[in-house]
Structures are given as structure tokens and as C-alpha cells.
Write a protein that binds this ligand. Structure first.
Ligand code: NAP
Length: 267
């Protein structure tokens, strides 16, 4: 049985990585998917690979005018929306000049990271609620990060923005419940999922192999995750199987947030 049969879904940042995996899986589960991104070339390819009645729409999550356009487009083409996945996000290392440590923060970089990761999600929730409140059973899934729960010394803006997404998710969940809107809202906290967001941090060739080994050695499950691991968590939260679940967070992190590996050695 298809878990998202006849649902209309919008995924942000869906041209690659986790967003792409979510768009593909949701389509396989019966949804019409609006693939959105700023990377039009890759985004169109993803939508074409999925096929009709799914489609691609340019959406820069930072821009309110883009959200208004996509809202009007979705209303006209699909009659409404059932599920929104606020996935688009940046680490900020490549996109801004930094530094990102608490002592030397470059404030312009700080704001740029928050503009995409936090303002983008807040705008998504604003227009998502407007679109989804007429659905029979709706869901907003916000992609935060393990860094929304713990600090990151040299990526403080990223961690702060993701912590705010975690909190805003709960405000949205409670607001929709109070208004008796049929919208649940939950967050996912991925950690170490192997996607292009890691490119600049991993380097190339042997350096990359070594970096992956080091990162993997610090993950309880011993490997980096795959985009599909996050997509399955999103599928559950988006589907009616999660009809009594709102305001929660799911960690998809190979056990990283379960605690420190610095435990006493076993005998
Ligand atoms: P990714 O491979 O870099 O993909 C992100 C996509 O979002 C790219 O297509 C990017 O386009 C797009 N994007 C960037 N800024 C945008 C904007 N303003 N409006 C619309 N789209 C925009 O990243 P990912 O690893 O799949 O990450 C997806 C989400 O998961 C992010 O929110 C990230 O913070 C979160 N996350 C990832 C991990 C991980 O380990 N991968 C861990 C924790 C959380 P361009 O290619 O043009 O930049």
C-alpha cells in the first residue's frame, strides 16, 4: 500500500542530497512532488527523473516573494498542499567568508547562515500553514541537525540556526494544534549523512578517504549515513502513520547523540 497516495508534497533544496532522496522516495510512495531549489539545472533533472505530475519550481527559501509565487503555483496546479519538507540548508563554510567560531564571528556570515537555515524554514512554515490548513491531514517536516542539539565550536552560526529550527518546529506544532489546523510539525536531526554538503570539509582523493575514516570512527554505528536514511524518517513523519505525533524530534545520526564514546574501557 502506498503511504502517501494522492498527497501533494513540496520539498525545498531537493536538487541533490537529502532533499533529492526525500523527493524520490515520496514519489515512489504515491505523492505528487514539487521539487524546489535554487540549483535549477539539477532540480529540473530530479523532477524529470521522477516524472509527471511532479514538477520543478525555482524557490530560494530566503525570499518571501519566491514563497508567494510557489504558494500561488501550488494552489493553481494541485489545488493545495498536504506535506512540506523544509530541507534546504547551508553549512556556511563555503558560502560565507567566516570565521564562524564564537570568539571571532563574522557577523555578515552569521546572518547569511541564519537567513537560509532559519528564515527559510520560518517562511516555509508561514506559507506551508496557509497552504496545508485546508488539507485533510497535513504534515510539516523541518530538517534541523544534530548540531541543533549540541554545539559546534567552529560552525557556531550553523548550530545556532539549527537549534532555532528545532524550537520553531515546536511553536508551529502547538500553534496548529491550538488553531485546530490538521497540520503536524516535527523536526529531523541528521548527523554525518554523506552528501555534497560535506565536499569542502572532506577534501579530495586520499585526503577524503582518510577524513571519512576519521569521522566514521567517531560514530557509534561506524559509518556515515546515506540520504535515504533521513528520507525514511521523513516518510514516517509525513505519513498518516504518524497522525498522533507532533512537536517531536527524530535523530538520524548513527547514535552520535546517544552520548560520548569516552567511557571507561571494558575489562
Ligand atoms: P546539500 O547536498 O548541500 O543540498 C542542499 C541543497 O539545498 C542544494 O541543492 C542547495 O543548492 C540547496 N540550497 C542552498 N541554499 C538554498 C536556498 N537559499 N534556497 C533553496 N535551496 C537552497 O545538503 P544536504 O546534506 O542534502 O542537506 C540537506 C539538509 O540537511 C540541510 O538543511 C542540512 O543542514 C541538513 N543536514 C545535513 C547533514 C549531513 O550530514 N548531510 C547533517 C545535518 C543536517 P546549491 O547546490 O545551489 O547550493
Amino acid at each position: 500500500m502506498l503511504r502517501l497516495k494522492n498527497k501533494t508534497v513540496l520539498v525545498t533544496g531537493a536538487a541533490r542530497g537529502i532533499g533529492e532522496a526525500i523527493a524520490k522516495l515520496f514519489y515512489e510512495e504515491g505523492a505528487n512532488v514539487v521539487v524546489t531549489d535554487i540549483n535549477d539545472e539539477l532540480g529540473k533533472k530530479v523532477a524529470a527523473g521522477i516524472g509527471e505530475p511532479s514538477c520543478y519550481f525555482h524557490l530560494d527559501v530566503r525570499k518571501e516573494e519566491d514563497w508567494i509565487e510557489v504558494r500561488d503555483f501550488v494552489k493553481k496546479r494541485y489545488g493545495g498542499l498536504d506535506i512540506l519538507v523544509n530541507n534546504a540548508g547551508i553549512a556556511g563554510i563555503l558560502e560565507t567568508r567566516g570565521p564562524h567560531d564564537p570568539e571571532n564571528l563574522d557577523m555578515e556570515s552569521w546572518h547569511k547562515v541564519h537567513e537560509t537555515n532559519l528564515d527559510g524554514v520560518a517562511l516555509g512554515c508561514k506559507y506551508g500553514i496557509q497552504l496545508i490548513k485546508n488539507s485533510l491531514s497535513g504534515s510539516i517536516v523541518n530538517i534541523s541537525s544534530r548540531s541543533g542539539i549540541i554545539g559546534i565550536p567552529f560552525a557556531a552560526a550553523y548550530a545556532s540556526s539549527k537549534a532555532a529550527v528545532r524550537n520553531h518546529t515546536k511553536s508551529v506544532a502547538l500553534y496548529c494544534a491550538e488553531k485546530k489546523y490538521p497540520i503536524r510539525c516535527n523536526s529531523i536531526h541528521p548527523g554525518a549523512i554523506y552528501t555534497p554538503i560535506w565536499n569542502v570539509m572532506l577534501g579530495e582523493g586520499e585526503q577524503r578517504d582518510h577524513a571519512i575514516k576519521v569521522i566514521s570512527s567517531e560514530i557509534p554505528l561506524g559509518v556515515m549515513g546515506e540520504p535515504i536514511d533521513v528520507a525514511y524518517a521523513a516518510l514516517f513523519l509525513a505519513s498518516d502513520e504518524a497522525k498522533y505525533i507532533t512537536g517531536i524530534e527524530i535523530n538520524v545520526d548513527g547514535g552520535i547523540l546517544a552520548g560520548s564514546a569516552a567511557s571507561p574501557p571494558s575489562k
